[in-house]
Design a protein around this ligand. Structure first.
Ligand code: DC
Length: 233
């Protein structure tokens, strides 16, 4: 079976991870949530080591102490991010991490550290990776690139529901504010800002169900494979 890389980039809370996860399952591909990796580093920096984000030496030292991997949890039936062997899936979704993650993601040392690991994970292809710079920086050669977007109010409502499902009741205004702040930092930072790759297909999820998004991406996947086969014959 031919294997490709599917890169899914886009704004926070527009359905990237649910879509990527379902597409990966349908294709029997590996799903990698790179946002979870930035969140895990943020958690270590801010809630374990309390380091200063302007001290490059401290940052480098802390990065050297971080070992990240994804492990399957049979109970939740989910791949969970582990930091030095322990799952921190729940901790990284807290608002305190969301408040800091965009700032940590602007750091060049952090990006180099994580991008190298992400590129290694995609070596054998057969991967669906979501994030902000996957189609532009991590895998500019990805065979299929998607850029997801949605109306900000819709995104805020969806994120609020996700938080509620995890037991966190956060006012809509606060969620909306956080998304706006993160959109701004993510798209204006110097190091690999969020932007649409020229060869990405835009998917606006405002009025589209998860099933429809997945169906559309699977159609694009089939078309990509068909093109590859044609190109070889
Ligand atoms: O996908 P998410 O909301 O969990 O991502 C959290 C933050 O991580 C997001 O605000 C920006 C950063 N991020 C990034 O800079 N590059 C990526 N490839 C993925 C996430």
């Amino acid at each position: 079976m031919r294997k490709i890389i599917i890169a899914i980039d886009g704004y926070s809370a527009c359905g990237k991870s649910s879509t990527a996860k379902t597409v990966a399952k349908a294709l029997n591909y590996t799903y990698i949530d790179t946002g979870a990796m930035y969140r895990a580093v943020t958690y270590y920096f801010m809630e374990v080591k309390f380091i200063s984000l302007t001290n490059e030496k401290e940052i480098q030292r802390a990065l050297g102490e971080i070992d990240l991997d994804f492990r399957y949890n049979a109970k939740t039936m989910m791949n969970e991010i582990c930091l030095n062997g322990a799952s921190i899936e729940h901790e990284i979704r807290k608002m305190s991490i969301s408040e800091k993650v965009s700032e940590v993601s602007t750091l060049k040392q952090v990006r180099q550290f994580l991008v190298a690991q992400q590129q290694k994970m995609g070596k054998r292809k057969g991967i669906v990776m979501d994030g902000r710079d996957i189609g532009t920086v991590v895998f500019p050669q990805a065979e299929l690139k998607i850029f997801m977007t949605a109306d900000i109010m819709e995104r805020a409502k969806r994120r609020q529901q996700e938080l509620l499902a995890q037991g966190q009741l956060v006012p809509l205004e606060e969620v909306l504010d956080n998304l706006k702040k993160r959109d701004f930092i993510d798209s204006t930072r110097t190091e690999s800002p969020l932007k649409q790759a020229v060869d990405a297909v835009v998917v606006d999820t405002t009025y589209v169900t998860l099933d429809e998004q997945v169906e559309y991406i699977l159609q694009l996947f089939n078309a990509t494979i068909a093109r590859q086969i044609q190109g070889q014959s």
